[in-house]
Design a protein around this ligand. Structure first.
Ligand code: GDG
Length: 438
């Protein structure tokens, strides 16, 4: 058995820095998880070569698997990626109706780029290969492969939320999108709610329900727990802290609830002055989608709010918020996870949220405050759940986390770790592949 994997962005890209080719790893949890699958099972990985020097690496041999890169013009990138994927599908599938910047021209690019992916897959695949297509950028690929007559076993994995049938019906191209996805043999989501929503969206579009149900599976993506555990055992992490550390890391995105989180810190400091100088909120925001309209404004709004809170309550000896706008290395990130007392993760909507899983894996003492609208909240009943739309509630739940007796924290952490260990990246891949392998 061999796999043909298709994702919009690949496991790594090549950039030119000071006249040298530099390999840049795609550090997110999805890329790492899929890389492990490919290393173990073998096959071909079709992806967009978005690095400045990727054209020198169209076909790259990685040992047990190889990478096939597809190249896009600037116009294709804008229409397919910036516009249709990230300014229409992304806000739609996170219930941000007012952020949807619809234009029908971008769908033409989306369709033609999906066709490029499909053509490459058709070109390289053998009848026994399993095709595993990922996420909202490639929703038309399954249908295009079936239309070409390909009968291979096919899995489609959707990484973001699937919304209610009524909201999905806003999309003018809804029938094309859902019929294409439905032509895969197995469709996986992170939660049962997304499965139910998908089934009812399909029923609205086609009038049929029962034939799709058996193909749809809730299988939440897991992380490489072993990596976090080994890092922890290396012992180089511990820092003596006088103040409690509250930590968060997110890509810069309006779905992540960043401004409300900062305003919740402000409310907390105002309402509970006894906590001043006793904690620090370390907020890391990773640059993302810089070309897309609205992301710059979000950054300005966020930074103005952080400045205001620090201006109001900070002193020479204490700032409530330490803010970083940059990408951390993996070991820096692990250090923050390890040393944090509380992870404050409050997306307004999130498919799953790998950061929550990573924190649970890395910490030995921390409490997790998690938005009830992140998919992972369904699986971690021992976390402290919060409605991220309420600044008051975030501030109260932060207090609960900071005040929680050590014994209670450890008891909850043990239960959460059990989930993350059992449902790791290997479990996920095996379970997903198991939906098409008898
Ligand atoms: C999508 C869905 C779903 C982030 N900044 C740095 C860094 N990261 C890593 C984290 C984590 C990953 O990126 C982010 O994953 P999330 O799940 O939190 O969020 P999305 O990127 O929006 O992912 C989401 C996911 O797909 C999987 O299906 O859970 O709901 O939106 O792994 O650690 N890593 C390093 N430095 C950074 O600055 N090293």
């Amino acid at each position: 058995m061999s796999i043909i994997m298709a994702t919009s962005r690949g496991p790594h890209s090549y950039e030119r820095i000071k006249d040298k080719h530099v390999k840049r790893e795609n550090v997110g949890g999805v890329a790492t998880g899929l890389k492990n699958v490919m290393e173990n099972v073998g096959g071909k990985w079709v992806c967009w070569g978005d690095g400045a020097m990727d054209s020198g690496f169209q076909h790259e041999n990685m040992g047990n698997y190889s990478i096939d890169r597809i190249f896009l013009t600037q116009k294709e990138k804008r229409g397919y990626y910036d516009e249709y994927s990230n300014s229409i599908l992304w806000p739609l599938f996170h219930y941000f109706r007012e952020k949807i910047q619809y234009n029908s021209r971008s769908f033409t690019f989306y369709e033609s780029v999906n066709r490029k992916f499909a053509a490459e897959i058709i070109n390289i695949c053998k009848p026994e290969d399993i095709l595993w297509i990922h996420d909202y950028q490639l929703s038309l690929v399954p249908g295009m492969l079936r239309d070409s007559g390909l009968m291979n076993r096919m899995i489609f994995t959707w990484h973001i939320p699937w919304i209610s049938g009524e909201f999905f019906s806003i999309l003018p191209e809804r029938d094309r999108v859902i019929r294409s996805i439905a032509s895969a043999d197995s469709i996986t989501f992170h939660t049962h709610e997304y499965c139910t929503n998908f089934t009812s969206s399909y029923a609205r579009s086609t009038g049929m329900r029962d034939d799709i149900k058996r193909k749809v599976h809730a299988i939440p993506i897991g992380i490489n727990y072993r990596k976090f555990n080994d890092f922890r055992k290396s012992g180089s992490l511990r820092k003596e802290q006088k103040k409690s550390i509250v930590f968060s890391i997110d890509r810069l995105d309006y779905t992540k609830g960043l401004v409300k989180r900062v305003r919740a810190i402000e409310t907390f400091v105002r309402k509970y002055p006894e906590y001043r100088e006793k904690f620090t909120f370390i907020m890391v925001v990773t640059p993302s989608r810089a070309n897309i309209r609205g992301y710059d404004e979000l950054k300005n709004d966020l930074e103005m709010n952080i400045g205001r809170v620090n201006g109001l309550y900070g002193s020479i000896s204490w700032m409530p918020i330490i803010y970083m706008y940059r990408k951390l290395t993996q070991s820096q990130l692990m250090n923050y996870y390890y040393n944090a007392d509380v992870a404050l993760i409050t997306p307004l909507k999130d498919g799953l949220n790998l950061v929550a899983e990573e924190f649970v894996a890395a910490t030995e003492k921390g409490a997790l405050v998690i938005s009830e609208f992140a998919g992972i909240a369904d699986y971690l009943p021992d976390s402290i759940k919060v409605n991220p739309n309420s600044i008051e509630e975030i501030s109260e739940k932060l207090k609960v986390a900071l005040d929680m007796p050590q014994e209670e924290k450890l008891k909850r952490l043990k239960a959460m770790k059990e989930f993350v260990i059992k449902h790791d990246d290997r479990w996920w891949a095996k379970k997903v592949l198991g939906t098409v392998i008898p």
